[in-house]
Structures are given as C-alpha cells and as structure tokens.
Write a protein that binds this ligand. Sequence first.
Ligand SMILES: NC(=O)c1ccc[n+]([C@@H]2O[C@H](COP(=O)([O-])OP(=O)(O)OC[C@H]3O[C@@H](n4cnc5c(N)ncnc54)[C@H](OP(=O)(O)O)[C@@H]3O)[C@@H](O)[C@H]2O)c1
Length: 212
Amino acid sequence: MIITIFGATGRMQHLLIQQALDEGFKVIGYARTPSKMSIQHPDLILKKGTMLDRAAIEEAVKESDAVIETVGCVSEGTKLIIQAMKKFNVKRLIVVSTTNAKDKNDLPDKKFNRLLTVTRIALKFLGLFNSQYRNAVSELRKIAEIVRMSDLDWILVRVAGLTNKPKSSHVKSGYLGQGIIGFTTSRADMADFILSQVKDNTYIKKAPAISS
Ligand SMILES: NC(=O)c1ccc[n+]([C@@H]2O[C@H](COP(=O)([O-])OP(=O)(O)OC[C@H]3O[C@@H](n4cnc5c(N)ncnc54)[C@H](OP(=O)(O)O)[C@@H]3O)[C@@H](O)[C@H]2O)c1
C-alpha cells in the first residue's frame, strides 16, 4: 500500500513514517523542505512542494492508496489535496486536527473548557494571543469543515497537547465530555493511531479526539 504524507518532516511525522515503513507501507513524503527528513529507506520517496502547488500535490497523490495531511494550517492546501484525491480516485484521507475544533459528538467538557481558558490566559500573558495564533486556530477550524464537506472516506484526528513520551500500549479515542480523553498525547501514540486509521473503518467520516 502506498501512503502520501503531507508535512512529512515534522517530529510526529518522522515517527509516523518510520512506523509505516516498518509495517511494510511504501511512503511518499511531501514537504516544503525535504532536507529536514532524517529517515532514508528504499520505500520512502520524498517530494518537494508547497501546500499551494497544485501540480506537485497531484503528482504526490496520484499513485496513493491513502493520504495523511499533517500540516494543519493551510486550508487552501487541504482543498487542493481533496481535489487531487478526487481526480485520481483516492478515497482515504486522514487529517490532523485539534480539540479546539469541536465535533457534534462532543459533550460539554468542563476540563477542556478550563484548559482552553488557561491556555488563552497564558498566551495573552506571553503576548502570543496575536493575529498569528488566531489565524492558525481559524485555519484549523476551516480545514475541519472543508474535510467534513468532502465525500471522501475522511477521518479527522483531534489532539490537544503533544509530548515526546514513548508509545503507550493503548491510545484512547472518543469524544470530549465522556471522561475518556486527556490533555496530552505523545507524538508516538499520535503516529500509531494515525497509521491505524489507514485501514481501520471505525472512524470513517468521524472526528475522534485522542490522548495517551
Ligand atoms: N504541538 C502541539 O501541541 C499540537 C497540538 C495540536 C495539533 N498539532 C498538530 O500535530 C501535528 C504534529 O505536530 P508536531 O509538533 O510533531 O509537528 P512539527 O514538528 O511542528 O512539524 C510540522 C510540519 O508541518 C510543516 N509545515 C508547517 N507549516 C507549513 C506550511 N505553511 N506549509 C507546508 N508545511 C508546513 C513543517 O514543515 P517545515 O519543516 O518545512 O517547517 C513540518 O514538517 C502538526 O500538524 C501540528 O499542527 C500539534
């Protein structure tokens, strides 16, 4: 099976690609700076491009069986990926998202609401609650809507905070307000869960939140 990963050079993405290669997938890693990729493997092909380069995106997607979008901040790029997938009849799309993007299956969750308030206060205190931050959150929400509107076999994987802890034996998945999901997910668990979604049909057209 061939999977294309957009945003291939990130920290979680390195773990994802290594695990995918270990499990026998062929991987096309799409990145604006492929030189940041530290994995070399005969089954890993790197493609250079921006999230707005229609031709490069089509080239990266056309042979794929599944696409994983991990950039999460360029909604126009997500649109191009979806258009390319439709053009080449690629159905499975897994997209990284955030618990900031609410889902209809979420219930009111005091714990997460408190986290949002504390984060906002901390960002204001640090001078980081600026237009750049607000734009990033707005793009993430836009991406979630664009993905939901597509008729692909999409899965939005929502996380809160990421850590570099090791892989745990069981990643929790579900919705806010059920007492299941915690604040943090290790990048290793995130990679593990995302890769499992390439073949698992449980969350098709759904937006589970996950945590370690
Ligand atoms: N950190 C958190 O707490 C948190 C919370 C919720 C969701 N997430 C999401 O979880 C994913 C993994 O996080 P991470 O911290 O492991 O990743 P990361 O190390 O920050 O890597 C992000 C990747 O996205 C690429 N990228 C960023 N902006 C881009 C743009 N405008 N165009 C093209 N590529 C772009 C980067 O490319 P370059 O190497 O070229 O910069 C890099 O490969 C990310 O999608 C992140 O948004 C993170």
